[in-house]
Design a binder for this molecule. Structure first.
Ligand code: Q46
Ligand code: ZN
Ligand code: ZN
Length: 341
């Protein structure tokens, strides 16, 4: 059987996009994904020279693909992209992720903001911290990641934090929240969440990119990432089942997933999403209450609130990555010029 050819240039195709009824070569597949990412960034007002975006990179396929695409956009539009990796201290798994991220950023020529939670949590990784706190590992992990991401974005004076959530993730969280009739959770799953109550804006540039294409992109472009799964990841979760269900529906109705997300985001505005309203009186991070959850939990586990220390460690990691030294740990670090080609 003849190898399919790219619908645009006739070169050998690497992908057939059922929803667009189109085969594409490696170059045009890249173009296609770039247009999707550009669309989200444009609507969020972030596709402009000088926009500062912290890209959270875990070392998995989605965020690695995201960083590669954002690096390309930084070259064409003059965005300032800052990769942030949080070493969560989850044994060998974290070590693999970190190596993948280090290879990726060195290939892209970007400075990496690397935050190691063990350095602040008295030698503990997230699993030990969660065990001592008597809380589920993933909920503590999520809290730590949110805290560090926001602190890094604040130290940089960033306009937004970009995460690698893809279309399938967004659908799974939306449908799960719908089942629980949790309006607040549902409203969070838009491509862009504006800054609110001190929390830095969030953008999900892969919102319209299917999981399988994020993976394929990473493979055909030989992007360093790890296939390994976190040992704490729940098996057969409701999210996984929802993803399977929607993939079956997509088989029968190509384009259904993108259509669903577009209708969902059109109908809602993120304005109504309630963000944190206070600043933690201990560390100054945005917080729902008087003291933020990071300070509260670390105080309970380690006898003192570690928010100020974590914010200092994050600010130092930012300064180290940018090769600047402000000495203060607060405020806005300035960046070396990026992407002018
Ligand atoms: S890293 Fe952390 Fe995930 Fe591992 S402990 Fe759970 S939340 S599963 S995305
Ligand atoms: Zn082509
Ligand atoms: Zn705090």
């Amino acid at each position: 059987m003849a190898r399919p050819r790219c619908a645009i240039c006739g070169a050998p195709a690497v992908v057939y996009l059922r929803y667009a009824r189109m085969a594409l070569c490696r170059e045009h597949f890249r173009e296609h994904l770039l247009r999707r990412v550009e669309g989200v960034l444009t609507r969020a007002g972030l596709l402009r020279r000088g926009a500062r975006i912290v890209a959270a990179v875990s070392g998995g396929k989605d965020s690695s693909t995201l960083l590669d695409l954002l690096a390309e956009l930084s070259r064409s539009y003059g965005l300032q992209v800052y990769p942030l990796h949080i070493d969560l201290g989850i044994g060998e798994y974290s070590a693999h992720l970190r190596r993948a991220v280090e290879r990726l950023v060195s290939r892209l020529g970007l400075p990496l903001i690397l935050v190691e939670v063990r350095r602040v949590l008295r030698g503990d990784g997230v699993p030990e911290f969660a065990r001592r706190a008597g809380r589920p590992t993933c909920s503590v992990c999520g809290m730590v990641k949110r805290y560090v991401m926001n602190a890094a974005a604040e130290a940089l004076g960033a306009d937004a934090i970009a995460t690698g959530h893809n279309a399938d993730d967004a659908i799974a969280y939306i449908v799960k929240a719908f089942i629980g009739q949790d309006e607040e959770q549902m409203a969070k799953w838009l491509p862009y969440t504006p800054p609110s109550g001190g929390a830095v804006a969030r953008v999900r540039p892969l919102y319209e990119v299917y999981e399988r294409y994020a993976l394929l992109y990473a493979i055909v472009n030989r992007i360093p990432f790890t296939h390994e799964e976190c040992p704490y990841r729940a098996r057969n979760s409701m999210e996984d089942t929802i993803k399977e269900m929607f993939n079956r529906l997509e088989e029968q109705h190509p384009g259904l997933k993108i259509g669903f997300l577009r209708r969902f985001s059109k109908k809602r505005s993120a304005e109504g999403v309630p963000g944190p309203v206070n600043r933690c009186r201990i560390c100054g991070a945005p917080s729902q209450g008087e003291v933020c959850s990071f300070c509260r939990l670390t105080e309970r586990v380690y006898g003192e609130p570690l928010g100020p220390e974590m914010r200092r460690a994050v600010a130092e990691a930012v300064e180290k990555a940018l090769g600047v030294s402000s000495g203060s740990g607060r405020g806005r670090a300035s960046a070396p010029p990026q992407g002018s080609s």
